[in-house]
Write a new protein. Structure first.
Length: 574
């Protein structure tokens, strides 16, 4: 009976096992089906993402197309407005250039200039250049009353451009007295806190003597007053000091490589950077000498630059016209970039007109004095600008020097292997070498002390002793073969430990010699690096002392010594 029950039990267990296998197979199948489902869902998600991206791209293209179409429509309207309301301004500009050329060559009769200028005056009632041309025509015909009225009307429409226009025109005719009067009038109108870019050309012309000594004296007196008044504004003065700090602090002197320090000083990169920065004072002194030393020569290219400004004045857009011109250019960029306004703005960033940008006189002076600007100033203007900026440049030198003094390392860390020391005023290269020797002596003694019989030899000796006991026991009991084998093991262990003991003196001597060589090499390396570190500190202090020389040179600058007062005729030679 018990056997039958056992058989049934085994049958039931086998049945349960098969069902478990079936369940496992079902679970495996379900897992595979779920994996297929997951793959299908992932493919669906990928398709949806691709569709979303494609739809987004479609929306983007559609949006750009609409923006481009709107820009094209607006561009047509803007161009029509420009043509209707300001198209005749272009005629005035072309006529102005022709009139100036006629004055230079004398190839056109005054009556022809009069007829043309009066016609333009009628057709362009708001444009400043039209009455200015009438004034020029009256001047050619020596009609003083008409000329005065025409100039007054041009001045009423745009006083700054009219004033500068006649300054430049009269300069071309070498009328020094009249130029001085117009320059005085032009400068008197300027706000030193918001100067137009054209003032820079006037400053260049007067400092180089191209406008004559009278104009130079007038401008010099004015800029002294501006410098004094604006310099009293703490915010403006601080701004200029910051600019000079950036200039002086941004200079770098070339630094020689010092292998001894590069290999042993962990802070070598920082030491190199400090050495390059402290050399800024020497660099600044050389720049200052290049600007202030030597005789001044008239700028041979300044007439070309003034003619360029004159051309710009005659070709520049009027205040009412300029916004439409800028809008037209913006719309053209949008169309060119297929409706992408951001790309259009980036493309216009470097070309958008900056002619209306105004700046204070101190900033303008700093632009002229600090080298590396986009617009290079004549040497005469640089000299005047540096002399005017000397107080702020001096403050900048003080600040840069103070920062470098704080950063100067009082000690330089040297590291050789696991030895580390510092170089400061209290150490000498020989003392550091002695410390390195002491350190290596300790390492040598530790290494010599570590030269002893190996643990393997001692273990072999112990086993050899045990083998000897076994050899005696086995030989006594008649097991000659095994006893002899154990006896041989004992002898071998004895020879091993004996050889190691006899080699100890030679090994220890070798360790001492190797350690001595490392000690000598380390001592030489550390002593060499210590000498280089002390030299680095001396050279740093020497370069830092140049700051005082630079301050003295700046303090010695006199504005009167840096004004070019050649007569106009002398300046125009060449």
């Amino acid at each position: 009976m018990g056997e039958i029950d056992l058989s049934r039990l085994e049958h039931k267990v086998a049945t349960v096992g098969r069902k478990v296998d079936d369940v496992d197979a079902a679970i495996t199948g379900l897992h595979s089906a779920m994996q297929v489902l997951d793959e299908g869902q992932q493919a669906t998600r990928d398709d949806v993402a691709a569709l979303r991206a494609e739809f987004g791209a479609f929306l983007r293209r559609n949006d750009l197309a609409q923006r481009k179409q709107l820009a094209q429509t607006e561009l047509i309207e803007v161009r029509q407005t420009l043509e209707t309301e300001y198209g005749h301004y272009a005629t005035v500009r072309r006529s102005a250039v022709g009139t100036l050329q006629a004055m230079d060559t004398g190839t056109v009769s005054p009556s022809a200039v009069r007829e043309l200028s009066e016609e333009l005056m009628i057709t362009t009632p708001r444009y400043w250049l039209a009455p200015a041309l009438v004034g020029l025509g009256a001047w050619l015909r020596d009609e003083q009353a008409l000329g005065v009225r025409a100039v007054a009307e041009a001045h009423r429409r745009d006083p700054d451009k009219t004033t500068l226009f006649f300054v430049l025109v009269l300069q071309r005719q070498q009328r020094e007295r009249a130029v001085a009067q117009w320059v005085q009038h032009y400068v008197a109108r300027q706000d030193p806190r918001a100067l137009a870019p054209e003032f820079r050309v006037v400053l260049d012309a007067t400092t180089t003597g191209l406008f004559g000594s009278a104009a130079a004296s007038l401008v010099a007196a004015t800029v002294r007053t501006w410098t004094r008044d604006l310099g009293a504004d703490k915010a403006l003065a601080a701004k200029q000091v910051d600019r000079w700090v950036a200039m002086v602090g941004g200079l770098r002197a070339p630094v020689a490589d010092v292998p001894a320090l590069r290999e042993l000083a962990p802070d070598w990169t920082r030491l190199q950077e400090l050495a390059a920065r402290v050399g800024a004072f020497g660099q600044a002194l050389r720049i200052l000498d290049a600007i202030t030393a030597g005789p001044l020569e008239p700028g041979h290219d300044l007439r070309t630059r003034i003619d360029a400004v004159l051309d710009r004045l005659t070709n520049d857009f009027d205040h009412e016209e300029a916004p439409l011109r800028r809008r037209s250019a913006d719309l053209e960029a949008i169309v060119e970039h297929d409706g992408d306004e951001e790309a259009a703005r980036r493309s216009r960033a470097g070309t958008t007109a900056t002619t209306d940008a105004r700046t204070d006189f101190l900033t303008l002076v700093a632009d002229a004095a600090i080298t590396g600007n986009d617009i290079e100033a004549p040497l005469a203007t640089q000299r005047l600008a540096v002399a005017l900026s000397a107080p702020w440049a001096t403050s900048a030198v003080d600040r840069v020097e103070a920062g470098l003094r704080r950063e100067r390392p009082r000690s330089i860390t040297l590291r050789h292997g696991d030895w580390q020391g510092v170089v400061d005023q209290a150490t000498t290269p020989s003392s550091l070498r002695a410390r390195v020797a002491e350190h290596h002596n300790r390492l040598i003694e530790t290494a010599v002390g570590g030269v002893r019989v190996s643990n393997g030899a001692w273990a072999a000796g112990a086993l050899g002793g045990l083998a000897g006991i076994l050899a005696i026991a086995t030989l006594t009991n008649g097991a000659v073969g095994f006893g002899i084998f154990m006896l041989l093991c004992t002898v071998g262990a004895g020879l091993w430990i004996g050889s190691e003991i006899s080699a100890l003196p030679g090994r220890r001597q070798q360790v001492r010699e190797d350690g001595a060589r490392r000690r000598e090499a380390a001592g030489v390396a550390v002593e060499t690096a210590a000498i280089a570190a002390l030299r680095w500190q001396q050279e740093f202090d020497t370069a830092l002392a140049v700051a005082q020389v630079l301050r003295g040179r700046l303090a010695a600058l006199d504005v009167n010594d840096h004004l070019h007062t050649h007569r106009a005729g002398e300046a125009l030679v060449g």
